[in-house]
Write a protein that binds this ligand. Structure first.
Ligand SMILES: [Fe+2]
Ligand SMILES: [Fe+2]
Length: 197
């Protein structure tokens, strides 16, 4: 069940970046860390490019649509999750604006970034938990061997953390390692400040 393994891996990478940003916000708030705006912006870009633009479309195409074809039991939860997927651009726009505002030196910059990010983080936690606790069991129950074969193939073809990607794509595994390296210890290796390539 490669599709499940890749899906859980992607949830973990996403949770790790969210955790790293939360940790930085806590340290900045406590006065123990200077903000690295480039790192924050790069992390927001990663959230956009990877989970929002790559992970959700795979869920929609290879898991949710075939599940709908097998049962009506998942309709309500899938309606909700698909609507959340469709809101990706708006969610990221809020975060990008919050990083910009913070970086501009506005007096309320830190507080508004913290609020915007807390909203994003709690949204994602509940989105992923809903997928894992409500949808995956229904997939396991209703998918046929053919559905699994289709889903596995779709997830393997587009597994950007493991090099199966188009040539002009970002190497997400490398980007992820670079973000973690720049993040402060103990979450990252504290090798910052973050530098563009
Ligand atoms: Fe999702
Ligand atoms: Fe997901």
């Amino acid at each position: 069940m490669e599709a499940m393994r890749i899906l859980m891996d992607e949830h973990q990478s996403l949770a790790a970046i969210i955790h790293a940003i939360r940790h930085m916000i806590k340290e900045i708030g406590a006065g123990r860390l200077q903000p690295d705006f480039k790192l924050l912006a790069a992390m927001v870009h990663y959230l956009d490019a990877y989970p929002e633009k790559r992970h959700h479309p795979k869920e929609d195409a290879y898991l949710f649509a075939p599940l709908r074809a097998r049962t009506r039991d998942a309709d309500a939860v899938l309606d909700k999750l698909e609507a959340e997927h469709a809101d990706a651009d708006a969610r990221i726009a809020v975060l990008e604006a919050a990083v910009k505002h913070y970086a501009s030196g506005a007096a309320d910059g830190f507080d508004s970034f913290r609020t915007a990010f807390d909203t994003y983080a709690s949204f994602y936690r509940s989105h992923m938990l809903t997928e894992e606790r409500e949808v995956l069991p229904l997939i396991r129950k209703h998918f046929t061997a053919e559905d699994w074969a289709h889903a596995n193939a779709g997830f393997i073809i587009d597994d950007p953390m493991h090099g199966t990607r188009a040539q002009d794509d970002e190497d997400f595994s490398r980007v992820f390692s670079k973000l973690v390296a720049s993040a402060p210890a103990p979450i990252g290796f504290g090798a910052g400040p973050y530098k563009d390539d």
